[in-house]
Design a protein around this ligand. Structure first.
Ligand SMILES: [Zn+2]
Length: 426
């Protein structure tokens, strides 16, 4: 009988009652899941420490920073130079602070904070003079409030450097893709040159997320300038055919330098252009400069600049390992030499096209060990658009008209370079 019944009806799993559709069951299941998620939030969120309030007091000699948590914070404090900064890393912590709570005062020129990884947060305190942490205390206030009190007081650069020397950056980033240049299995495109008519261009807006980059005297922030520039440049390519365009980031997002290089390599890019804006003590200095990679910097200025641009990774807690000097292997050298040649051609072309139109620094084509230029098989150029430390440059760099003019010129340079490359391929 049972067999007959089964044969007579549609065979259904026992838990589906007659007349009930699969869709309605799925819907019920979904409602249950949502209900459970609302009533029992995920454990990870539950255990996160919350920094819910903060305050800064101080004058021209000292500053006190107070942060309140709902649990005992796990933290680490470190120093970073050029410019001088104090960095507070918080494990398993979420920063739920209002904009008005961490206002820099006196010896503190800027305070920035953000998420570094799923469960890690960081507060970056920039100093306008060398200063060190004189005292740090963890107080337990009534209820469950744990208050971190940091007293920062004026020192001199030697003291600051000494404290910085003593510290060690113990953690290594495990999430960033590795660019093991010269290592086994690394893809070097030496034996099979490209033959297609496709030209892949990767545009890289420098900095982003927790890493703001340089800051202008009127408050312009490098990461915003580079992103707007790259977006306009993308727009300028609308009418130019045969270029496949990729952006390393199109929002306010942190990306390590090696991740940027990896994006270009994975795309088998024909060209990587990284956009930046500089800042320097000498406020009168103005103009754009174009950089290509070199193990030896063309001058001290270029070397200092590369150092501070390369700090991007340190700032986000990543370990710097692949210095240009580490690059070994004859294949890599050969590939790099060819790549270097193309990079130089591109840089010179930009200089030529900018001349008379865009203000340039003297000797505008310079060389230094920028980590973002390290791909051995992708010609790469870094453009410093100008100096945010100069008021005129800052005004230009934030002016949509200047940006439009500059991006159109640059798009023209790039498409001319593309024509040369494609002609050589044939
Ligand atoms: Zn930069």
């Amino acid at each position: 009988m049972i067999l007959a019944e089964i044969k007579g009806y549609n065979v259904q799993p026992i838990w589906i009652k007659n007349g009930q559709s699969l869709a309605s069951l799925l819907f019920r299941f979904f409602v249950c899941v949502v209900f459970i998620a609302l009533v029992f939030p995920a454990n990870a969120e539950d255990n996160l420490n919350i920094a819910y309030s903060a305050r800064v007091v101080g004058d021209n000699e000292r500053a006190r920073v107070l942060v309140d948590f709902n649990q005992e914070p796990k933290f680490q404090i470190r120093y970073l130079a050029k410019p001088n900064r104090i960095i507070i890393d918080l494990e398993e912590t979420k920063l739920a602070l209002g904009d008005e709570q961490l206002i820099p005062r006196g010896i503190l020129s800027d305070i920035r904070y953000g998420i570094m990884a799923e469960d890690k947060s960081r507060i970056i305190i920039s100093l306008n003079q060398p200063a060190v942490l004189e005292d740090q205390q963890l107080q337990v206030l009534d209820g469950d409030t744990h208050r971190l009190v940091m007293d920062i007081s004026l020192s001199d650069q030697a003291d600051f450097d000494a404290v910085m020397e003593e510290q060690n950056w113990s953690f290594v980033d495990t999430t960033a893709p590795e660019v093991e240049i010269g290592a086994k299995g690394s893809r070097i495109r030496l034996s099979e040159p490209k033959t297609s008519d496709k030209f892949v261009l990767v545009l890289d807006a420098g900095h982003g997320g927790i890493d703001g980059g340089a800051e202008g005297r009127n408050g312009a922030i490098e990461k915003d300038i580079t992103l707007s520039f790259v977006q306009d440049l993308q727009e300028a390519f609308k009418d130019i055919d045969d270029i496949e365009l990729l952006l390393t980031r199109d929002s306010d997002q942190f990306l390590s330098l090696s991740a940027r290089v990896q994006i270009a390599r994975d795309a088998e890019a024909d060209l990587l252009i990284s956009i930046h804006a500089d800042s320097i003590r000498q406020r009168s200095l103005r103009g754009a400069s174009i950089y290509t990679l070199s193990r030896e910097a063309s001058d001290e200025f270029a070397s200092n600049l590369a150092d501070s641009e390369n700090l991007t990774d340190v700032l986000a807690g990543l370990h710097i390992e692949n210095a240009p000097d580490d690059v070994t292997g004859i294949l890599v050298d050969l590939a790099r030499r060819e790549t270097q040649g193309f990079s130089d051609v591109m840089a010179d072309r930009i200089v030529n096209d900018f001349k008379g139109q865009i203000r340039l620094l003297n000797n505008p084509h310079r060389r230094a060990g920028f980590r973002v230029l390290l791909a051995p098989d992708v010609p790469s150029v870094l453009i410093e658009l100008g100096f945010l430390s100069n008021l005129t440059d800052e005004k230009l760099l934030t002016d949509p008209k200047w940006r439009k003019k500059t991006t159109i010129l640059l798009a023209k340079s790039i498409s001319e370079y593309r024509d040369v490359i494609l002609r050589e391929r044939k």
